[in-house]
Design a protein around this ligand. Sequence first.
Ligand code: NAG
Ligand code: NAG
Ligand code: NAG
Length: 183
Amino acid sequence: SPAAVGFVSEDEYLEIQGITREQSGDYECSASNDVAAPVVRRVKVTVNYPPYISEAKGTGVPVGQKGTLQCEASAVPSAEFQWYKDDKRLAEGKKGVKVENRPFLSKLIFFNVSEHDYGNYTCVASNRLGHTNASITLFGQMTSPAVTPWKCPGAVSEVSNGTPRRAGCLWLLPLLVFLLRQF
Ligand SMILES: *[C@@H]1O[C@H](CO)[C@@H](O)[C@H](O)[C@H]1NC(C)=O
Ligand SMILES: *[C@@H]1O[C@H](CO)[C@@H](O)[C@H](O)[C@H]1NC(C)=O
Ligand SMILES: *[C@@H]1O[C@H](CO)[C@@H](O)[C@H](O)[C@H]1NC(C)=O
């Protein structure tokens, strides 16, 4: 209510100087004289302001997994978002990438992260009063050991007619025996 934020005027006009975002809301005007009951009208005051980005967090994602970069901006009217990678605008409908926009939030979703997705992205939030941007990094991350199958160096993944898949590991055994003999 207007009284709660300290705006009470006995005048025909209510003047608010240097209005802030928090002073948006419904204001009530009451007109009365000796003859009739007071007439009350509500006036909705909307304070417009340029976007500011409240959250832009980088994230680490291993190759082959889904990754999401998120950019949160506050603005009235609500912000429109654009994404750039290294100052190059991301094309709409780029394969494997999707942009999801909501009034205060934009998500850049990578369905299957590859090496060349890593890098710096810029989220630009704009409305008719202005624009701002924030840099967000998508960086590589090791898959956790629990889900990475142990692989010996030089292991071959192809199995050609009956050749055991573990063949690539056998050279480790003589080496181990050799090392143990040193003690
Ligand atoms: C992700 O991309 C890699 C390389 O293009 C491919 O081998 C893999 O199957 C893909 N994974 C999924 C879940 O689509
Ligand atoms: C990303 O940005 C950071 C900070 O601005 C910079 O140090 C880093 O080198 C950049 N990385 C790439 C891949 O451009
Ligand atoms: C981000 O903001 C900086 C500083 O205002 C500006 O120099 C730069 O061009 C902006 N980047 C993009 C992609 O809009």
